[in-house]
Design a protein around this ligand. Structure first.
Ligand SMILES: [Zn+2]
Length: 270
């Protein structure tokens, strides 16, 4: 009898591990998946970043199936599947993850640096520097994306709001310099740092429209002394944060989000 039970247990175990290997989206999903490092890296890839509109079910399913890395995915991989196993087996967890993606993408309208109407103005450039090493103020990972504007003097590149929203924080921060933080309607917090100057005298609670001029790209920060410049190259630091069950500010990688937004750039004369 005991031997039979043991045999059954071994069988069950083998079946279960096969099942999990064959169904990564089931395995990848729990109540706090959306607080994981894999989720936070937001590896959209070129195919997803190239789509005009992102379907949230397609994105959620594709991310689950590809273990949160769509950098090798095709556009077809993002079609909403007819039957989504993760949704049918774990609806609450699936919705949580989908909501997290919705919080991030629902309010995005414009790339933060408009193109110049002047063809000779060099465009601002950026790379994926997510969690790169930083040492000012202690050893840490870089929680954001830096859009570099070294081709022009500080204060030249305009910075516009990516979303509608409300000014939640504004003023000097030791690490961020002149910064402004905007809460978008679905809950995403967007942090724009190292500004040369503000476009106007922003106050907490001010409403902001997507595409509205916030200020100008600069190199302020890395000092307790207000207005300090020159401690690094001229750039806009973009940070994106979610409020989750366990974190007030959970940073997510803006790099692929910015790639997706490149199709949506305003034109300014500068
Ligand atoms: Zn940065």
């Amino acid at each position: 009898m005991r031997i039979l039970l043991l045999f059954l247990l071994v069988l069950l175990n083998a079946w279960l591990s096969d099942y999990l290997v064959e169904n990564p989206d089931f395995y990848q999903l729990d109540a706090y998946t959306w607080e994981s490092d894999e989720f936070r890296a937001l590896r959209l890839g070129e195919a997803a970043a190239g789509l005009d509109t992102l379907d949230m079910d397609g994105l959620t399913s594709a991310m689950l199936a590809a273990e949160y890395d769509l950098t090798d995915a095709d556009a077809e991989d993002l079609d909403p599947p007819a039957v989504n196993m993760a949704l049918s087996r774990r609806p609450a967890e699936y919705r949580k993850l989908r909501n997290a993606y919705e919080t991030i993408f629902a309010d995005l309208r414009y790339f933060p640096i408009p193109l110049s109407e002047n063809e000779r103005t060099p465009p601002a450039v950026y790379e994926n520097g997510w969690l790169d090493r930083r040492t000012y103020g202690g050893e840490r990972g870089h929680e954001g994306c830096d859009i570099m504007g070294t081709a022009l003097p500080r204060g030249s590149y305009p910075v516009v709001s990516i979303t509608d929203g409300v000014v939640e924080k504004v003023g000097w921060l030791e690490k961020g310099g002149w910064r402004i933080g905007i809460r978008a309607p679905h809950g995403l917090y967007l942090y724009y740092a190292h500004l040369y100057d503000y476009a106007r005298d922003w106050k907490e609670g001010d409403p902001v429209a997507a595409g509205q001029l916030l200020g100008f790209m600069g190199d302020t920060g890395y000092s307790a002394v207000e207005g300090t410049t020159g401690n690094f190259e001229v750039h806009l630091h973009v940070g994106m944060y979610l409020r989750t069950d366990h974190y007030d500010e959970l940073s997510v990688n803006p790099y692929w989000v910015l790639k997706w937004l490149e199709k949506k750039r305003l034109k300014y004369n500068y």
